[in-house]
Ligand binder design. Sequence first.
Ligand SMILES: NC(=O)C1=CN([C@@H]2O[C@H](COP(=O)(O)OP(=O)(O)OC[C@H]3O[C@@H](n4cnc5c(N)ncnc54)[C@H](O)[C@@H]3O)[C@@H](O)[C@H]2O)[C@H](O)CC1
Ligand SMILES: [K+]
Length: 505
Amino acid sequence: MLRAYRSDDVRQAEAPLLERGVPLMDRAAAALATEVIRRVRALGNRVPGTEVLGLVGSGNNGGDVLFALARLARRGVSASAILTGTPHAAGYAAASRAGVRFADAGTLRSLAESAEVWIDGLVGIGARGPLREPALEIVRELEEVRVGRPVEPLVIAADLPSGIGADDGTVPGLALRANVTVTMGIAKPGLVLDPGRRYAGEIVQVPLGLEEFLPSEPALLSVGARDIADMWDVPGPDSHKYSRGVVGVMTGSLRYPGAALLSTSAALAGGAGMVRYAGPRETSRLVVSQHPEIVTDMGRVQAWVLGSGVNMDDPEAASEVARRLQESITAGIPVVLDAGAITLLGSIDVPSTVVITPHAGELAELLAARGEPLSREEIAAAPSRAARLAATLTGATVLLKGSVDVACAPDDPLWAQGGAAGWRATAGAGDVLAGLLGSILAQWGDELADLGKGHGIPARLAAAASYIHGRAAAIAYGTGRPIVASEIAGAIPQAIGEALASTGE
Ligand SMILES: NC(=O)C1=CN([C@@H]2O[C@H](COP(=O)(O)OP(=O)(O)OC[C@H]3O[C@@H](n4cnc5c(N)ncnc54)[C@H](O)[C@@H]3O)[C@@H](O)[C@H]2O)[C@H](O)CC1
Ligand SMILES: [K+]
């Protein structure tokens, strides 16, 4: 599980160590130099003679890079640096002593064209607002050089790619895209959130001993394969359909019969012990013909999935969904509210065991109904803020779908999940995610009912469902068959199996 902390929290955690004289910058620079050497070797190049260009800002981020360049120069690297202003004094002295060449901005283009590696030390967590001159011009020129080169340089960002918002992942102006980000101490939310995460490349975390001084709750979490094993109920000898979770699914309509199929398929694929389908009679026949294990008589369920493909303009269907929602809240049963059903929260507050799964458009509609309008573009530009606002206004857990899915309850950490974003943008993928999420919530239904308040568990389970959904889309892509929602649903068992078997992070 990746944990990310806000810049201010990182600074506060660094302070006691710096006061004790712990050489944080030296450790940061050593880790940065080591990563550069590792990557140069992985490219099959020799370290001595490799040309490295450092872009050096005036703060400690630049300091990290100057000390790293000094180490690299001592290893025979041909190191040069472009300064944006008065550099970190000790770093500058160390780099000068080691033979790092300081070039003026006029030679940037030629240096950038020949250097195999660029190290971005323009700004780190001290960045305020969009990238300013002269850093801005440097980034503009570097991006031009990058696209013009027959072989792209390896771009390594110190701490953060310069130009992204460390805490919210926004990119207010230009940013320098990195292949690798060597982040100091601990990851920051901007490395995981869109669009900032697109500039980070692979994230390498450098331990600096900050852990004991960081807040107990990270600002952002992201589920990895290993975490799924802790969340997915692997059936055993004592399992029965109720212990594995029974999901009630009220989805689909004459207009959208496929949503009923996709959401119930995904609920089954997610490992539910049983699926009770409570949609219209016409679609029931379709669903049961495809999945004879699905029952249509009502009875005990441990989670509900409501809304996918339901025509909420049909008063009878809408009141049926509203009734199920109210009954579930009263009984403490977790609910997934998808698609048109999300509008029900325009006027009612709910517990965090109600999880809504909007895309930006549906969230814009809900926020407008709550008197806090945000445009679809504003939501996509800062998804974490929009999801948190909707959770706070409604009380629900919000899983905001996008190129990065973000999930949060009103006052618990934010979850962010990337993964196969493009392949998930296909009709019906949302129905699949809703059914899958219903399945995992049902597995936890009894615990959630006991807990009453969700205690952030629904948001963690929503993140897990998003992770599996992304992995299933990536697996479906690998089949070479068309990546349609039913293929994603079909790949869910493999995605879960892979995660349960993984020993990775
Ligand atoms: N604290 C430590 O000993 C360690 C810090 N680490 C590294 O230090 C940076 C944070 O350094 P700081 O000096 O606070 O700020 P930055 O160097 O990130 O940036 C300040 C620098 O940049 C200029 N600047 C600010 N905003 C902009 C902008 N929008 N456009 C252009 N330039 C901007 C500002 O004028 C200053 O000159 C942290 O990221 C780590 O890399 C060590 O890694 C650990 C020890
Ligand atoms: K940087």
